[in-house]
Design a protein around this ligand. Sequence first.
Ligand code: 13P
Length: 256
Amino acid sequence: MIPRKKIIAGNWKMNKTQAEARVLVEDLLRDIGRFDDAEIVLCPPFTALAAVSELLNTVSNIRLGAQNMHEAASGAYTGEISAAMLKELYVRYVIIGHSERRQYFHEDNATVNRKTKAALAAELRPIVCIGETLPEREANKWKNVLQTQLIEGFAGFGEKELADIIIAYEPVWAIGTGKTASPAQAEEAHQFIRKIVGDKFGATAAEKIRIQYGGSVKPENAKELLSKPDIDGALVGGASLDSRGFTAIIKNACSE
Ligand code: 13P
């Protein structure tokens, strides 16, 4: 079996000014700046990327991610940010198709497909988010939803593209609600996602791809979730805004 290094990312969403971001990153650098048992990624808002980048630069193992990008290289897209703009700030990862982008900004699987393609072309590593809503879970349609998001989101891709993609399974009903999927529920979904990847892109792609869980990950539940064989990391929202909480998640998730 190919070992998969755990990847724990903090999605700060629309939180932290530059000044606040600096304080948080200085604390994190002190606590986990040289941590190497997992890949650690911070995804601040666009306005704090430069400040965080400067602090992370060279001295740490912590990597920088963005929360979104536009698929075009440049042009008349008021309010948008391109891959090249992110690259200049040493951004290496980009979250694509977060459920909040899908819900509030009308991004669909076709948008996710175009953005993922553009991110890969720019050598950014996309963290592609998928997940079902509560009514979809209750109607037992979650497998169909995940399958469609994967097939349409990754349309036209092959094993090569999949090698640079990270999937984040984020059940919408668990985001910011304090209601976490149980480790068994999450593992079942991750296994299903890996099976779809295997059916479509082959056994090697399925074995290699890292699948993060997201949705109310906290220091108290991180260890049990991440001890499941198909859960390769976490995409943490609220609990990543506080250095003690985020540090505890990382240390708990990676302790034996
Ligand atoms: P919470 O951890 O706040 O539930 O958010 C999860 C999330 O959406 C991460 O992208």
